[in-house]
Design a protein around this ligand. Structure first.
Ligand SMILES: Nc1ncnc2c1ncn2[C@@H]1O[C@H](COP(=O)(O)OP(=O)(O)OP(=O)(O)O)[C@@H](O)[C@H]1O
Length: 239
């Protein structure tokens, strides 16, 4: 069964069509990668799925329910979690406190109910040693890990990752991929926007290519990367 369905979703800013008749279904448990040139509308697509942006046309369903006009907070409580391209933790709160805020607000539960799970998530995201440090002192990898941990703290069934590997060294990227694979192995459905293709392709089962807000390809990663249209548009390679 599909956990997420988009049907004919469109969004314009003035005369600029940023999302153009986007239609796809995402089976529960799958990891889908999204690629496309800068400005193709990738982050806007996430904002439409989370409810931060409302579509001009089309329908979005999550877990069999129409959420097209459901506010972001209610979508989060329903199980849609996300990370942001630029991590913005509460710098003066500790790493653990950051998770508590995400968990209590994102699940609508009290601290006592979430505290153990937050400790587990910190462990899985390899942040336990930094639990009591202010988030503002974390390295870029630490901030990316915290961004993932905060999204996980909302206990998502669908996790949206927005360029979480960007700016990391090769070694740091490998460490983060390990954690994302672990999250996926637990059955969390993932949509991951990423320019670091080898990272993306080591996790996802399907790739979607966006160009000028349109889906120009969706399918098995090897097939998509071999397509001439994708290579010309996305990679700038003429064959
Ligand atoms: N609130 C807004 N008002 C006006 N234009 C916007 C708004 N949000 C996004 N855009 C425009 O929509 C287009 C798509 O933006 P979006 O951030 O979704 O692209 P993207 O594929 O995520 O890009 P990148 O890879 O650079 O992050 C861009 O041209 C952007 O300037």
């Amino acid at each position: 069964m599909s956990i997420l369905s988009l049907a004919g979703v469109s969004k314009s800013y003035g005369s600029l069509k940023v999302t153009d008749d986007v239609t796809f279904d995402l089976p529960e448990g799958q990891a889908l990668g999204i690629i496309g040139p800068n400005g193709a509308g990738k982050s806007t697509l996430f904002n439409l799925i989370t409810g931060n942006v409302l579509p001009d046309a089309g329908r979005i369903a999550f877990d069999g329910r129409d959420v097209t006009r459901t506010p972001p907070m209610r979508r989060c409580l329903a199980g849609i979690g996300r990370s942001f391209q630029i991590p913005q933790p509460f710098d003066r709160l500790t790493v653990f406190e950051n998770l508590l805020v995400a968990a209590t607000h994102g699940r609508g539960q009290g601290e006592a109910a979430v505290v153990r799970d937050c400790a587990d998530i910190l462990e899985r995201c390899e942040l336990s040693a930094r639990a009591n440090d202010p988030a503002g002192g974390l390295s870029l990898l630490g901030r990316k890990r915290l961004e993932l941990a905060r999204a996980m703290a909302t206990r998502p069934r669908l996790l949206l990752l927005d360029e979480i590997a960007g700016g990391l060294t090769e070694g740091e990227c490998t460490a983060l991929i390990r954690t994302i694979r672990d999250v996926h192995a637990q059955g969390v459905t993932i949509i991951w926007i990423e320019h670091v293709l080898h990272a993306l392709n080591s996790v996802v089962e399907r790739l979607l290519v966006l160009d000028f807000g349109r889906v120009i390809g969706i399918g098995e990663p090897g097939e998509i990367m071999a397509s001439q249209e994708v290579r010309e548009i996305y990679l700038g390679i003429e064959i």
